[in-house]
Design a protein around this ligand. Sequence first.
Ligand code: PPS
Length: 349
Amino acid sequence: MMSKEDIAFLTEEEQQEVKLKFLGFRQGLVGVGPIRHLLPSHCTAFTKKYQNFKFCESDVVIATFPRSGTTWTQEIVWTMRNGLDFKTASNVSLNVRSPFFEFDSIYAMHKDIRPDLVAKFLSRHPDGDPKTDGLFLELAEMAPSPRTIKTHLPFSLLPPDILETCKVVYVARNPRDVCVSYYHHQTALETSEFIGDFPDFVDLWCRDLYLQAPFWGHLKEALAKRQHRNLLFLFYEDMKENLMRELKRLNAFLGTGLTEEQLQQVAEHTSIGQMKNRPSVNPPANAYTERARKEGKQDFIRKGTIGDWVNYFTPELETKFQAWLETGGEVAGEISFKYHAEQADTLRK
Ligand code: PPS
């Protein structure tokens, strides 16, 4: 357990608002660690375990703020490190091939965990409690080597020596598109079940009142480590603009030694069209809310474009978001985010 000082509690009003708007967060959210990273309150059973997790040299961690291209990068990195094993990629869920490190903290406590996962967990721990003993953390621990692990935790909640131990691929994406993508995700998935509209979501975003907020703190911690030899810093927009260029950077960073032709195959295998239609990289139907299922919005992998935000931001929302963008201060200044596809071939700072 973390000490009391490491946990920041929302005000009563904030907590009520969160519980009213996100039906999945019945127990409310708490802020953890120096940047007050918001997680469902049951996370306190796990946070120390995250910091003490034993990563090893052959691990690669895909660390991102939510909705920044994690799944795409996981599928790319897993495929590159597993000899382009397209068959396993199709047959085995990405969640098993590349586990979600902190998912024990995120899933809705009042919902059931997949029975097959529970049965396996109980066969190893007959007296254990899959909801409080870290079933998903154990999946990460037991993932076959070489492990490719997904996390949205900021660096301050990961083991302090993580970059001395293994490689980390950090992916950043412009916050306007992240906000739109996250709104859809939080609405459609039952772990969160957001019931507000987009302006409500922007309002919560601008006050850092949503799962795994805040955006700037997360990015600031990663930027501070950008020059580390074991950190590769990627941008979603750069991947969209010229995937082969970014795959070559990954090939060098990971030491995978793939040929140009093999990288082309990875690019095809991880195109949005292919990934949208591959069940193994999409959540099962019961991960979505009943409403999302009825409305056919089971779109964890959605549009995959740069600049969809223009379809959502009214002038009023734009003014509000602009004020929030300015709170990014130095961090925002250090990165020139690309907000439009046609901007994506300009040189980045
Ligand atoms: S999550 O839930 O936080 O892990 O989401 P994450 O995977 O980070 O981000 C989801 C967004 O990435 C888009 N996506 C892709 N874009 C391009 N190519 C591929 N192959 C791809 N796969 C996923 C996905 O559609 C989400 O963005 P939006 O804007 O919602 O479409």
